[in-house]
Design a protein around this ligand. Structure first.
Ligand SMILES: Nc1ncnc2c1ncn2[C@@H]1O[C@H](COP(=O)(O)OP(=O)(O)OP(=O)(O)O)[C@@H](O)[C@H]1O
Length: 597
């Protein structure tokens, strides 16, 4: 990183701290004041000790009593400072963490699919689970740093006032200390960052393993995964310990240098006392001060490490999430999409996920309100990508997509998506009750509306059957709805779409086979759902394509053919005709309602 990058990073870090921490100015002010008060009382107690020795020397019992009491008094006052410092710094750190986690979560919701395709979930989790706490603890450690300048400057000033000669001798060691601190800090730099990266790898493996546990167990790959996890876990621990060892080296080295300074000062000071150039009490005071200076320098030494940690954690938080610009968002002058008919038009649309590798080329078609358009084609031909452009998960690179004549980029994203429901291939249900999952499509839905949607989606019977789900609509579905069968999950998802009552529907037919009865129920539910809505369906079933108003046949990102089933079959050597032969035909020979490919 060159200097300008470093300066830029520092600016970004300050911006982050300014936005999420410096809002609590009074809190930080009290915390800093407490920390400074704490170091002030440290300097004061050294002075009282020195006076106490003076009183001892001259045998002044009254002063002895007074100073003894004064020391107790100082420690009582310190109580408040210690409390203030501990609690308010911790509060500032916690508030920072709270706001950052919330901001990260909120920002993640605004980012587009393109971001989530690129970014590994583990790295994102690590940002929340590791970087935010690191930043928090770094802020809390400011409590050691805040009083350091006062300890060092105040201590040195009083030392010089007591004895310039002795100060000069003692201060010879200070540049040495500074040099060593500097060197050790440089060693630490970077290691913390690498440790965090490793932790993010561990998180990623954990994430992948948990979400892919079926595949892992079906391949009996548990041992392989355990070994992979252990390796990364071990590496993370090793790197962490490396960083701790370096830090552990820093602290005692500074202490040793401090001890050398104090012994040296004692030796020089002792000689001054013997030569009657300095009182014994002043020597005691001086040593006490020197100790404070060493503590302060130690704090300053840690400051660099702390700052590096703050910078590294902030950089990851900013780069991984907060500074990522959402590439899909409502334009400043976007209008709210009013009630719509559901007329969708693709005009000369080009799209690429990766620049230079076109996925859609010159796509143009129209879906009239209430029409069902089926998209078919080989895997990778671009079917899902077309579907993703309608709710504006991505923007076309060229051309336009319009709804009722409104370019999607000119309307607010929220108002557009309000009119669209998607039933994906793999149904995702959220933790919560079945009712919550159905009402997800319309938070204002009443129980009656939920039941009505479930009935229309052929889901009411199994939901209300006490032999299947004893808790009915209040059944808590597990993570991703795992305890429901595939067909049941699909019907809940259809109910979820129905309750939204959208004008536009996007269906990705499941390719996995359901048993005949389940298939019939799902198909009926889908037919009900499609009634009167403009529907784009990524079709895998013969019944869907036969009944569609139009079929788009995709090949290598282009619409190769389009028309009705009958029209397409008439094209000699047509792609659809071949597809029909290879993929759909067997359904005719073994007819069943909507059997999947
Ligand atoms: N997130 C992505 N990043 C990069 N390339 C992608 C991404 N998603 C899809 N692609 C590529 O875009 C092309 C079209 O993918 P798309 O998913 O639209 O095809 P599809 O016809 O729906 O395939 P399938 O029937 O297998 O679902 C493929 O070559 C695919 O590899």
């Amino acid at each position: 990183m060159d200097k300008s990058d470093g300066a830029d990073l520092s600016r970004r870090v300050w911006r982050l701290l300014g936005a999420y921490m410096l809002r609590d100015k009074w809190l930080l002010f009290v915390a800093l004041l407490s920390a400074i008060g704490l170091s002030g009382t440290g300097l004061l107690s050294a002075k009282i000790m020195s006076d106490l020795f003076d009183a001892l020397k001259v045998g002044n019992a009254a002063k002895l009593n007074l100073y003894s009491l004064a020391i107790v008094g100082v420690y009582v006052v310190r109580w408040f400072f210690v409390y203030g410092e501990m609690v308010y710094f911790a509060e500032a750190g916690q508030r920072l963490g709270l706001r950052l986690r919330s901001a990260i979560y909120t920002h993640l919701q605004s980012l587009s699919l393109r971001f989530f395709n690129k970014q590994r979930t583990g790295a994102l989790m690590s940002t929340i689970n590791n970087d935010v706490p690191l930043l928090q603890s770094s802020i809390a450690s400011l409590k050691d740093l805040a009083p350091a300048p006062f300890q060092v400057i105040g201590g040195i000033a009083i030392c010089i006032w007591i004895s310039p000669k002795l100060s000069l001798a003692a201060m010879i060691v200070i540049p040495l200390m500074a040099a060593i601190i500097n060197w050790l800090t440089k060693q630490i730099k970077g290691i913390t960052s690498r440790t965090q990266d490793k932790l993010s790898d561990v998180n990623t493996i954990m994430e992948e393993t948990l979400s892919g546990i079926r595949v892992i167990q079906s391949f009996s790959a548990e041992q392989h995964e355990i070994a992979r996890f252990d390796r990364e876990n071990h590496n993370a621990k090793e790197l962490f310990m490396q960083s701790v060892r370096r830090q552990a080296n820093l602290k005692p080295s500074v202490d040793v240098i401090g001890a050398i300074g104090i012994s040296f000062a004692l030796w020089v000071g002792g000689n001054l006392v013997v030569g009657h150039q300095l009182s014994f009490a002043h020597l005691v005071y001086f040593i006490g001060l020197l100790n404070q200076v060493a503590v302060g320098l130690n704090g300053l030494g840690g400051a660099k490490v702390t700052w590096e940690q703050i910078r590294a954690a902030s950089e990851r938080i900013l780069d991984n999430v907060l500074d990522v610009e959402p590439d899909i968002r409502s334009a400043p002058d976007a209008v709210s999409l009013p009630e719509i008919q559901g007329l969708i038009e693709f005009r000369n649309v080009d799209f690429a996920y990766v620049p230079g590798t076109p996925v859609l080329s010159n796509i143009s078609f129209t879906m009239n309100p209430g029409e069902v358009v089926a998209v078919v084609g080989k895997t990778g031909s671009g079917k899902s990508t077309i579907a993703d452009l309608i709710p504006r998960f991505y923007d076309p690179d060229a051309g336009s997509v319009t709804v009722d004549g409104h370019d999607l980029r000119a309307v607010t994203v929220q108002s557009l998506r309000k009119h669209i429901a998607i039933v994906p291939q793999e149904t995702m249900l959220f933790g919560g009750t079945i009712r919550d999952n159905i009402a997800y499509g319309n938070p204002d839905a009443t129980d009656e509306m939920v039941e009505q949607a479930a009935r229309a989606a052929n889901a009411h019977d199994f939901i209300s059957n006490p032999n299947v789900l004893p808790d009915g609509y209040n059944t808590i579905v597990g993570e991703r709805g795992k305890q429901l069968s595939g067909g049941q999950r699909q019907r809940v998802a259809i109910a979820r779409a129905l309750i939204k009552n959208p004008r536009i529907l996007i269906l990705d037919e499941a390719t996995s086979a359901l048993d005949n009865q389940s298939e019939t129920l799902v198909q009926q539910a889908l037919d009900e759902l499609m009634q009167g809505r403009t529907t784009l369906v990524i079709a895998h079933r013969l019944s869907t394509v036969v009944n569609a108003d139009r079929i788009l046949v995709m090949q290598n990102g282009r619409i190769a053919e389009s028309g009705t089933h009958a029209e397409l079959l008439r094209i000699p050597d047509g792609i659809y005709a071949q597809l029909y032969e290879t993929q759909f035909r067997w359904e005719v020979e073994t007819p069943q309602v909507g059997a999947p490919l």
